[in-house]
Design a protein around this ligand. Structure first.
Ligand code: SR1
Ligand code: MG
Length: 425
């Protein structure tokens, strides 16, 4: 499906009940009396329409792709087929980590819409972090989600033919990959047209970053890995705006950027968004120091993401390594489990190193590129915002350049805390 469909029409609050009223899934959740359906558009993301539809008996979410980038407008066309990739990614994630993604009620490829479970009373994690609110076991759920989806989508686990079929299917998600290739890995490092940053406060630092040849070479090494290391089905956009939470529950949403790429990508993007939240916290607190404890909680969640990821990945390595890679014929069945554990540790080390590189690049793009994040954007005073952003920019550079030398979470946190004490402007 492309943008030339004759029947596609964007939904509106007015047309939605009539257009979805005959869909069994919607009727089963809301009842058949469409006059009782109350619809509101709640999309605040960069790309799509999102509606919540409520009736006296239940509620659903309807997400519909627009034929352009919502953030920019119809001058930037974007294929409707991204809904197809989101649907297929959700079905795979649901099978690989049951209960962690919203249940799909109905998919309409022609209309590029997905009807899904209304997650309530969940809210976007990024907003909860801005408000200083915790969620139980957050890092554990997210680390487990990453391990299960990344391991089970790869040649470590899948039959080779299944993985190759999936690789071919998601290889067509060209335009969304193109967004990442340009907006994440290239545009932040030169004066690209759609870039913006806090000016003039960050100007000098930004100029220094854009003149830093070593940094740009390392970023391009990471881009090469992103484009060529098709090892597993990624979520592709796993930031804190793609997670919905309550005090105790965690769901992962919005995998429309799904594609086959390096395992470190999802893990690195997630850690990066936690670290940006960390640096933004002082500006969201009521008084100096009021968010100190919450900042430490954020770091503890990052530690949980990584330790749970590594533990779960190791468990899957030992119990579900049925794919073509690191065959047990070479290790366990030769009575050499130690070699298998060594191989596991080397794979985890590679994922960590890639994650550190992506983590740094994601910080740069959220501060220098087109798509910023609310953690920093909601800080109204640019003289307060810029020092927070500057710390993330400096950490980002260190992570990209030194990713091979940062051997563990402790070293990442030492660096993070050290930079937090400094004025980088
Ligand atoms: C034009 S889209 C910009 C960003 O929004 C999405 O959430 C992705 O993060 C993308 O990079
Ligand atoms: Mg999204």
């Amino acid at each position: 499906m492309d943008n030339r469909s004759d029947t596609y029409a964007p939904l509106t609050v007015e047309t939605l009940p009539q257009r979805l009223g005959s869909i069994d899934g919607a009727r089963s959740k809301l009842g058949a009396t469409t006059e009782n359906w109350k619809t509101r558009e709640v999309g605040d993301g960069n790309l799509n329409l999102v509606f919540i539809v409520e009736s006296p008996v239940g509620s659903i979410v309807v997400k519909q792709a627009l034929p352009y980038v919502r953030l920019v407008g119809d001058s930037w066309p974007l294929p409707l087929k991204r809904a197809f990739f989101e649907y297929h990614a959700l079905t795979r994630q649901a099978a690989r980590d049951p209960g962690r993604v919203p249940e799909i009620v109905h998919f309409d490829e022609e209309q590029a819409l997905i009807v899904m479970e209304h997650l309530t009373p969940h809210v976007i994690l990024r907003n909860r972090l801005i408000n200083g609110q915790k969620t139980d076991n957050l890092g554990q759920h997210l680390g487990r989600f990453c391990a299960r989806t990344l391991f089970r989508g790869s040649d470590l686990h899948l039959k080779a033919a299944d993985r190759k079929r999936d690789l071919a299917l998601f290889a067509d998600n060209v335009e969304l990959c193109d967004i990442t290739e340009n907006l994440v890995f290239t545009d932040p490092y030169f004066e690209a047209e759609m870039n913006r940053h806090t000016t003039p406060q960050l100007d000098l630092l930004v100029a220094r970053l854009r003149a830093d040849m070593s940094l740009k070479v390392e970023v391009q090494h990471m881009k090469r890995i992103f484009c060529s290391n098709a090892e597993t089905l990624l979520h592709g956009d796993l930031h804190t705006g793609s997670v919905m939470v309550t005090d105790t529950d965690v769901k992962v949403i919005d995998p429309e950027f799904a594609f086959y790429g390096p395992m470190g990508f999802d893990v690195g993007m997630l850690i990066s968004n936690f670290l940006m939240s960390y640096y933004s916290q002082p500006a969201h607190g009521d008084s100096p120091g009021s968010r100190d404890a919450f900042q430490e909680w954020i770091l503890s969640q990052i530690a949980d993401v990584w330790s749970t990821f590594a533990e779960e990945f190791a468990t899957l390595w030992r119990t579900e390594r049925n794919g073509i890679l690191y065959s047990a014929d070479l290790y366990e069945r030769q009575n050499d489990p130690i070699a298998s554990e060594n191989a596991l540790n080397q794979v985890l080390h590679q994922i960590w190193t890639d994650a550190m590189g992506i983590c740094g690049i994601e910080m740069h793009r959220r501060i220098l590129g087109l798509a910023h994040n609310a953690d920093f954007e909601d800080i109204e005073d640019p003289d307060v915002r810029a020092p927070c952003e500057a710390r993330a920019l400096v950490l980002g550079r260190q992570l990209v350049l030194n990713r091979h030398k940062i051997v563990g979470i402790g070293q990442l946190f030492d660096l993070t805390r050290h930079i937090h004490q400094e004025d980088m402007l």
